[in-house]
Structures are given as C-alpha cells and as structure tokens.
Design a protein around this ligand. Structure first.
Ligand code: ISL
Length: 525
C-alpha cells in the first residue's frame, strides 16, 4: 500500500507554514502505524514554484523550503528503518524556465543547448507554429523576444518542454535518476510520462469530433482537440523501456517505476507496461477518478481494466491525487468509506492520497488565497482545495504548523473529527477502517496478491468479488445503494471487516448488506 505525500501540506517542521522533508520524517511513525509500505513524495527539488515544484530548476538538489540533501538522506534512512520505501517524483517533460539548461538554450540560436528544448519560427503569416494548447490554458507556445522564436510549453510558460528526441537530453535526465538511486530511493513516479515524445513534425492537432462533457476537468478549449500529437505518441514506448533498463541496471532491479498516464483509452494505457512487461511497472490506474460513486457501479470499469491488463502485469488503483477533487467530496462520507474498502481490496497496488484516510474533503479556498496557477488561468480548474494541510489534531493549525503561523493554504474545518488524533481514538472512524483493511491485506495474502473475479448473481446494486490464493477465499461485497440488499454467497463464511464497523457475524448462503456498506468476508467452505 502506497501513500502519496504532497510534501508542502503534510507537516511543517520549521514554522513557515509550508510542509517539508523533516516534517515527513517526524510523521513516519504514524505512517508505520497506518501500515504504509511506501511513500511517494511530490517534488522537493529546487524550484521557483511557479507550479509548486513541478517546475524544477535543479533536479539534483533540495529546495531550501523543504530542507537539504542531508534532510532527504535522513528521511530515507528513517523510512527504511521502519520498512517504508521512498519513491520520488521524476519530472522529465519540462524544466523550469530558470533551469540553467533553459537559460543557456534561450541565450542564442547558436547555443549548444538550444535543441535541448523545442523551438520554432513563427508561421509565415507571423502566427503560432501550430494549434497546440497548454493544458493550463492558452496556446502551448511562448514567444522569446531575444532569440526571435517560439518555445513549446505543454504546461505553464515557466515550464518549457525538453526535447527528448535529443540524445543529450535523455542522457542528462537518466543521470538525474542515477543521482537519486545513489541517495537510496526505491522508485520514481514519472510525471506526465506520455508527453515526452511529440509528433516529430509538430503537426496541428485535429478537432475532437466527440468532446466528452465529463472530461471538462481540462476545460472546453482543451477538449475541443484530440491530443495524439502531444500525448501518448507511439515513440514514447521506447523511452520508458530504455529508462527501465537503465534504472534496473543501477538499482539492481529493486526500484519501481510508476507513471502518470492519463489516457482513458485502455489499449493506449496498457502499452506503458511494455510489450514484454519491460517498461513501467505500474502505470497509474486513474480509471476510477471520474467515477460517479452515488449512481454507477464500479464493476464495468474494474472488469474492463482486469481484462485489458497483460498477463503477468500488476494493476494499480488511485482514487485521488494532488490534481483531483478529493474522493470524499465527490462521493460523500458513506460512499467514501465504501470506496476506501474497494481501493484497498482490488487486485493491485493501491495508492492512497494523504488525508483520504481521514475522509478529508476539498477545502474552499477564497480568491485572495488561491495559489494554483491553473486556477488563475482557467477559473474553476484550480487544485488548491485538494492540497490543504493535513490535520493532525484539533485546533486552528491542526498540528500542521505551530499556532499563530498561517499555513500556505487554509486548513479545513477543524473540530469536526477530521483529524488524526481524534480518529485514532475512535474505532468507527474512517482512519480506523482504513487501518483495519490495510492490516487485513497483510494478514491475508489472498487480499494482497490473490486473483480477482467479479461475482455474478448479485443484485445490480451490489458489487461483489472474490480474491483467491492458495485455497484461501475472501469476498468483498459492496452495497452501492441506500437500501439494504442481500448478497447471495455459496457456502458459509465470516465477516472480517465492514465499513459499518460493528459486525463480525458468520453467514451461510449469503449475507445481508446494510445501506452503502462495504465488507470483506472469509469464505470457509
Ligand atoms: O490527466 C490528468 C489527470 O487526470 C491531468 O491532471 C494531467 O495528468 C496533469 O495535469 C499532469 O499533472 C502533472 O504534471 C503537471 C503538474 O502540475 C501536476 O501537478 C502533475 O501531477 C505539470 O508538471
């Protein structure tokens, strides 16, 4: 079980209202108590913070806001001492415009690093080189006055895209991975892995014939085009295969590669595993991110993903991250509990977003406190509400930073039980439920490693599946409706854990599920 830590918001250790690496170290005991096997740390590298660390100006140093290389080494040592692995963010698609590489590249057209980025002349009529858009709004091209060309930026203009078709870029970025392997990391989460190779001719994007209203997460302008020339280009496959073999070599095959792949098209998504399973270990399973918990069953999605995954490959599931609305806001309190049971019992590695174990919801951010540049560019698309500080205890700063210090984003409402200390002492809390299901994963290999099979013959409101390994059979049954339902199950069994928390009953021939209840049971014959 992995946990994403948005470092800025986890724990402040130096009273500046911003979380940092020493803060994470301080909370490792909590992570161990929860049962976390590994953490993914969002970027803590030197950065002007135009995109809160996803604009890196030095890949091989820690930004003073977050600590030093030494604090990082201490974090790794302390995490390893507790059996917790450390996965770091790897941001290959773009650097900061203040990175020395870009400063050199933009200095003149003759610069040795010019082609490390993607430059184009204006079109003959003076217009933009092509119709590509920035995901953060507006065109993907920025005019550079001094050298008289445009450069490409898939994200902010402060995030120029590297040219991964240039062998020196590839070599330099691979060295970055080697640097962090030497510092003991256990893997990389690769940012926008699908964007690194563009159409070599930078052809115009075609219009999107079927704009998807549910994908409005990116805005209508973005949705008006198809982005195959910008994302998931076939040439990307070879990059990650090469990266995998590089990392395998220097990390003795011990490091995991997790890639951010946002394609909704399953065949395009499975390509990231590599034809011989020789590329990414875990392309992120974002398939349930846009799921409508209150109305739809997740079964068709889970079954489709299970069917698409190549034999021998391992799934991964995500319900939230620092770019998405909180699952408890989308689903509501009860469904969020059921969703947590689902996340932790599907076949695959679950990646939990910090605070979801408390049922944290989006926190409204007043206009004067907006920090996310995306919100400034395209109002309504901002990600601040899902990035607010972790509440460790009741009180105005929730133990995230000392009282009297203003956290970089507002704290959620405190005093309503949404904090670690309160939930630790409440056996019915979301935190207790989460911990209990994680504990079950460790206790029952069938839950962690077993096969998956959806059970037929249940009412449509009930999603039930079998996890089986070496003769042990566990059933997960989730009632997706607000009425009770009977879930038929052959044989007898016993409930191990339930989102309703107060049951451990035995059953025979089936089990009665309460409204929006999710449970794990062991079948006994
Ligand atoms: O497709 C998405 C998620 O479903 C998009 O959010 C997309 O993947 C995302 O915008 C890319 O995100 C990553 O790179 C950005 C950074 O701002 C995000 O925080 C990071 O997760 C640029 O580096």
């Amino acid at each position: 079980m992995l946990l994403e830590i948005y470092v800025r918001s986890f724990q402040d250790s130096d009273a500046d209202g911003i979380g940092d690496l020493a803060g994470v170290t301080r909370r490792l005991d909590y992570l161990q108590w929860l049962g976390v096997d590994g953490i993914w740390l969002t970027p803590f590298y030197r950065s002007p913070m135009a995109d809160f660390g996803y604009d890196v100006s030095d890949y091989e140093d820690v930004d003073p806001l977050f600590g030093t290389l030494q604090t990082f080494d201490e974090l790794v040592a302390e995490a390893h001492r507790r059996g917790i692995r450390v996965i770091v963010d790897y941001v290959p698609n773009h650097t900061s415009d203040r990175h020395p590489w870009f400063i050199e590249a933009r200095a003149s057209r003759a610069s040795a690093k010019r082609d490390w980025y993607i430059w184009r002349d204006a079109a003959s009529d003076g217009s933009l080189p092509n119709n590509w858009l920035s995901l953060f709004g507006g065109p993907a091209w920025e005019w550079d006055e001094r050298s008289g060309q445009y450069y490409l930026h898939t994200f902010l203009r402060e995030q120029p895209d590297l040219n991964w078709r240039h062998p020196e870029v590839r070599a330099a970025m691979f060295e970055v991975a080697r640097f962090w392997i030497r510092h003991g990391v256990d893997g990389f989460r690769i940012d926008v892995a699908g964007a690194v190779m563009k159409d070599p001719d930078l052809r115009d994007n075609p219009p999107n014939p079927n704009p998807d209203p549910t994908a409005a997460a990116f805005g209508d302008q973005w949705e008006s085009q198809l982005h195959g020339h910008q994302f998931n280009h076939p040439d990307v496959d070879e990059v990650w295969r090469e990266f995998r073999s590089f990392v395998d070599r220097y990390a003795n095959r011990e490091a995991v590669l997790i890639a951010e792949v946002s394609s909704r098209d399953l065949p395009a998504w499975v390509r990231y595993y590599g034809e011989q399973l020789d590329a990414i270990h875990l392309p992120f399973g974002f398939h349930l991110l846009h799921h409508r918990w209150r109305t739809d069953s997740p079964r068709p999605i889970v079954d489709a993903v299970e069917a698409a995954i190549p034999k021998g490959a391992w799934p991964n599931w995500v319900l939230g991250n620092h770019d998405q609305h909180r699952v408890a806001s989308k689903a509501g309190r009860e469904w969020a509990r059921a969703a947590m049971v689902l996340l932790l019992t599907l076949r695959g590695t679950p990646m939990l977003y910090y605070g979801d174990e408390l049922g944290m919801t989006d926190v409204p951010v007043p206009p004067e406190r907006v920090r996310d540049p995306w919100e400034r560019n395209v109002p309504g698309l901002g990600r601040d509400p899902a990035r607010t500080p972790m509440p460790w205890e009741p009180g105005p700063t929730g133990g995230f930073c000392p009282p009297g210090v203003e956290p970089w984003l507002p704290m959620g409402p405190t005093g309503r039980g949404c904090d670690v200390a309160t939930q630790m002492s409440d056996p019915t809390s979301m935190l207790s439920l989460t911990r209990e299901v994680i504990r079950l994963r460790r206790l029952h290999p069938a839950l962690a490693l077993g096969s998956y099979r959806a059970l037929d013959g249940t009412p449509p409101q009930v999603f039930a599946y079998l996890r089986e390994l070496d003769g042990e059979r566990l059933v997960v049954a989730i009632n997706l409706s607000e009425e009770g339902h009977h879930c038929p199950l052959a044989g007898t069994g016993r409930v191990l854990v339930s989102s309703a928390t107060d049951r451990s009953d035995s059953f025979s021939g089936g089990i009665g599920l309460r409204p929006v209840e999710a449970l794990v049971a062991r079948l006994e014959d």
